[in-house]
Unconditional design. Structure first.
Length: 296
């Protein structure tokens, strides 16, 4: 019961304050903030009813299972998508669920599944991390005009947060880059850690979102989640391919080869400005120092 209470308070605090910071006249801002907070509260109540706290093993459809660790909880669809939408997160048809902390921590993990893709991992044995970083920097810069048109901040890649690591035996990949707003401080905004578990005709993507100043401390969480996601028989990487699947190199999960591949930096910000602001305010809200944070 305490975990559910903390969970609900945590999520409501994240979004409610952010809603109150929407631009516009004060009265309209307050009305909009109150309306969105009510919608969010309903979404949180629905999530509480289906929250599966760890330690546990949960099914991700009939394709895989996921180990939910102690201190985290799994929220299935459609409740996860409803909360994400209420919090300002863009719609994602590939979302299968979310992992959230059941204690006062500052991270969320989105879990997506994409079908019809098989990855050739031959090149992963000999890839050069510095070459990948240079390609990631170039791809990020090329994507900035499109971000600007969408009203999103422009980004730049500074360095690896987590150097790309591909496990040939488990067919998993994890990586993260220090990607602040262009010209901004490295520890401002949010940071992402990307994890992938490859199957024979599709793959799972796990994206950990956290304040940039804290994201490095959450690398062990991302690693354990990736290791704890297992495809079931018939869907494993080594199993026969029954249908038609597009073959891509594993490096396309790090540096983009197609504009519609959302697992790349073309959509590196996993949420819009409202969600980013909300995540940044979590610590201040829980510590009762939101006013100090807003004056910075």
């Amino acid at each position: 019961m305490f975990a559910s209470y903390v969970f609900a308070r945590h999520l409501l605090a994240i979004a409610t304050v952010a809603f109150l910071l929407l631009p516009g006249p004060a009265s309209a801002q307050e009305d909009e903030g109150a309306r969105k907070a009510q919608v969010l509260q309903q979404a949180v109540e629905a999530m509480q009813k289906v929250l599966q706290p760890g330690p546990a093993v949960t099914a991700l459809g009939d394709r895989a299972t996921l180990k939910v660790p102690q201190g985290a909880g799994f929220v299935r669809q459609p409740e996860a998508g409803v909360w994400a939408s209420a919090s300002g997160y863009p719609g994602d048809p590939n979302l299968v669920g979310m992992l959230v902390p059941t204690s006062e921590q500052n991270w969320v993990v989105f879990i997506d599944y994409r079908s019809g893709v098989r990855f050739d991992d031959d090149e992963a044995r000999n890839w050069n991390a510095e070459d990948l970083l240079a390609r990631l920097k170039a791809a990020t810069e090329e994507g900035n005009p499109a971000r600007e048109k969408r009203g999103e901040p422009q980004l730049e890649v500074r360095d690896w947060l987590v150097r790309p690591r591909y496990d040939e035996g488990q067919h998993t990949l994890i990586w993260g880059a220090n990607t602040p707003e262009k010209g901004g401080e490295a520890d401002e905004g949010t940071g992402n850690i990307h994890g992938y578990v490859l199957g024979n005709e599709g793959y799972f993507e796990l994206t950990l979102v956290s304040p940039a100043a804290e994201v490095a401390s959450h690398v062990p969480i991302a690693q354990s989640l990736v290791a704890g996601l297992q495809f079931t028989a018939g869907h494993r990487y080594q199993d026969a391919v029954n249908g038609q699947a597009e073959v891509r190199p594993v490096t396309s999960l790090i540096t983009p080869t197609s504009p519609d591949l959302r697992a790349t930096v073309l959509a590196y910000l996993k949420a819009n400005w409202l969600w980013l602001l909300a995540v940044l305010l979590v610590l201040a809200i829980l510590a009762g120092s939101a006013l100090r944070a807003l004056r910075r």
